[in-house]
Design a protein around this ligand. Structure first.
Ligand code: ZN
Length: 170
């Protein structure tokens, strides 16, 4: 099984700061964002603007990861996140002092996404298509065909539902 890099784990953790099933959101306010950032070893001196951008970036990322699973993404949400990415202070260079000039935690998260994208790992990062779950997971299968966050939970639920629907229509 392929293992995710640290960069991908950070992207995954950021995407999963919202838990649809548990109805919790670690980024529900600025204080929540600060404490999540410091828990993950990232700079946490953020303001309301960063908070707003973090929410837009997360929403877009989650749409992207849903699309990775063969579902239709919300293009408007993706476009809003793209605008955030366009203006993040992020520069890569060969300078010894600042090989990666990433100002602020969002730029660091964007850099992690760049790593995930550059290594092709992004194709294994997917959002569960069960909208009551919507958990982001790493697909470590050789064939990269895992669709549900967990075959035991969501996969089975989907199967049971399909079975029930078939019975209703016949
Ligand atoms: Zn799921």
């Amino acid at each position: 099984m392929a293992e995710p890099s640290r960069a991908t784990l950070l992207v995954e953790a950021f995407a999963n700061t919202i838990d649809v099933e548990e109805a919790t959101d670690a980024l529900s306010d600025l204080a929540g964002l600060r404490s999540w950032l410091s828990d993950h070893g990232l700079p946490s001196d953020v303001d309301e603007r960063d908070f707003h951008q973090a929410r837009l970036l997360r929403a877009g990322l989650r749409e992207r990861l849903l699309a990775n699973n063969g579902e239709e993404p919300d293009e408007r949400v993706l476009a809003e996140a793209e605008r955030v990415l366009d203006y993040l202070p992020l520069t890569v260079s060969l300078s010894v002092e600042t090989p990666l000039a990433a100002e602020g935690p969002l730029a660091i998260i964007a850099a992690a996404w760049a790593t995930t994208a550059a290594t092709g790992e992004w194709q294994r990062l997917k959002r569960c298509p069960n909208h009551a779950c919507a958990w982001v997971f790493w697909d470590g299968t050789r064939s990269r065909t895992r669709r549900w966050c967990s075959m035991r939970v969501c996969g089975n639920r989907a199967k049971v539902r399909a079975h029930a629907e078939r019975r209703r229509t016949t």
